[in-house]
Design a protein around this ligand. Structure first.
Ligand code: SF4
Length: 277
C-alpha cells in the first residue's frame, strides 16, 4: 500500500493561483474541457504567458486528467510527503527578458517529475540530464532542476512539449497528441519571430513538430521532412531557421549509452552557433 501523508486537500491538484512557485494561472484562467476548447483558447492566446496559463489548467483529455490526478493523490513512496502539482506542465522559459532563439521540444511530463513539481523536465533523471547540458552550453544559470522554486533560469531558451500532461507509461495516444497540438502550434506561432533553432528530443517530438511548424506558419517547412535521427539537421530553406534532432535524455537512452553527454553537448553547441551565439 502506498504511503500518503498530508490532509485530503493536499492530495488534490494545485489550485490555479494558489501560490505554487511559477504557477502561470489564476482562478479566472479559462479552462479547456475538450479538443474544440483547446483549439479556441490556444488560437486566441495573445501572448506566451497567457498560453502557459491556459495550458496549465487544461482538462481536455479525460484519460490523462484521470491519470495525472490519480498519480498526484497516490504519489511515489519517495515523495509521499510532498504535494504534487497534478496539472499540465506548461512550456517554460526564457528568463532573461529576451525572446527565445532556441526552442527545445520534449515528449510529455513525467508522472513523478513535472507532474509533481509543475515545471517541465524538473524533478526526474531526464531533467537532470537536460538542464545540466543546458548549463554546460551556457543556456541555464545552474546545472540542477529540483523543484519549481529552485532558482533555475534559462537564457534564450524555451522548453516546449508535444503533450503537456503525464501519460501512463509515457505513451500518449494519437488522439491525445492531436488534442494537445493546438497548444504547441500557438507556442510556435508566438515564438516564430525570434526563434532560429528548434531541437526535437526524440522521434515522438520530431513527428509532432513538423505539422505544428507548418500549421503555425513557419516559413519553408519541407513537405516531406527527413526521418528523425540524432544530430539530424534540417534547414528551413533560406529562412535562417533550422530543426535539429537529438535523442531524448530518457533513462533508457542515458543508462544504455545511446545518448552520452558529448552527444547532447554537441547538439546544444550547434544550436547556439545556428542561433547566432
Ligand atoms: Fe490538455 Fe494537452 Fe493535457 Fe490533453 S494533454 S488535457 S490537451 S494539456
Amino acid at each position: 500500500m502506498k504511503r500518503v501523508v498530508g490532509d485530503d486537500a493536499s492530495r488534490e491538484p494545485v489550485a490555479p493561483g494558489s501560490g505554487w512557485p511559477g504557477d502561470p494561472a489564476r482562478p479566472t484562467t479559462p479552462v479547456a474541457h475538450d479538443a474544440a476548447n483547446v483549439e479556441r483558447l490556444a488560437g486566441s492566446a495573445p501572448s506566451l504567458s497567457h498560453l502557459d496559463a491556459r495550458v496549465s489548467v487544461c482538462r481536455a483529455c479525460p484519460r490523462l486528467v484521470t491519470w495525472r490526478e490519480k498519480v498526484a493523490r497516490e504519489r511515489r513512496a519517495a515523495f509521499a510527503g510532498e504535494r504534487y502539482w497534478g496539472r499540465p506542465a506548461p512550456s517554460w522559459g526564457p528568463h532573461d527578458g529576451a525572446p527565445a532563439r532556441i526552442l527545445v521540444v520534449g515528449l510529455a511530463p513525467a508522472a513523478h517529475g513535472a507532474n509533481r513539481t509543475g515545471r517541465i523536465f524538473t524533478g526526474d533523471r531526464s531533467g537532470d540530464w537536460l538542464y545540466a547540458a543546458l548549463h554546460r552550453a551556457g543556456l541555464a544559470n545552474q546545472p540542477t532542476s529540483v523543484h519549481a522554486g529552485d532558482g533555475l533560469a534559462l537564457h534564450g531558451v524555451r522548453i516546449l512539449a508535444a503533450v503537456h500532461c503525464a501519460p501512463p507509461a509515457n505513451k500518449p495516444t494519437p488522439e491525445e497528441r492531436d488534442a494537445c497540438a493546438p497548444w504547441l502550434r500557438r507556442d510556435l506561432q508566438l515564438s516564430l519571430r525570434a526563434a532560429r533553432v528548434v531541437i526535437a528530443l526524440g522521434g515522438f517530438a520530431w513527428g509532432a513538430l513538423w505539422p505544428a511548424l507548418r500549421d503555425a506558419g513557419w516559413p519553408e517547412v519541407p513537405a516531406r521532412p527527413a526521418a528523425f535521427g540524432h544530430g539530424r539537421e534540417v534547414p528551413l530553406g533560406e529562412s535562417g531557421r533550422t530543426v535539429l534532432g537529438c535523442y531524448h535524455p530518457s533513462q533508457q537512452n542515458t543508462f544504455t549509452g545511446r545518448l552520452t553527454e558529448d552527444m547532447i553537448d554537441a547538439v546544444l553547441v550547434r544550436s547556439v552557433t545556428l542561433a547566432g551565439g
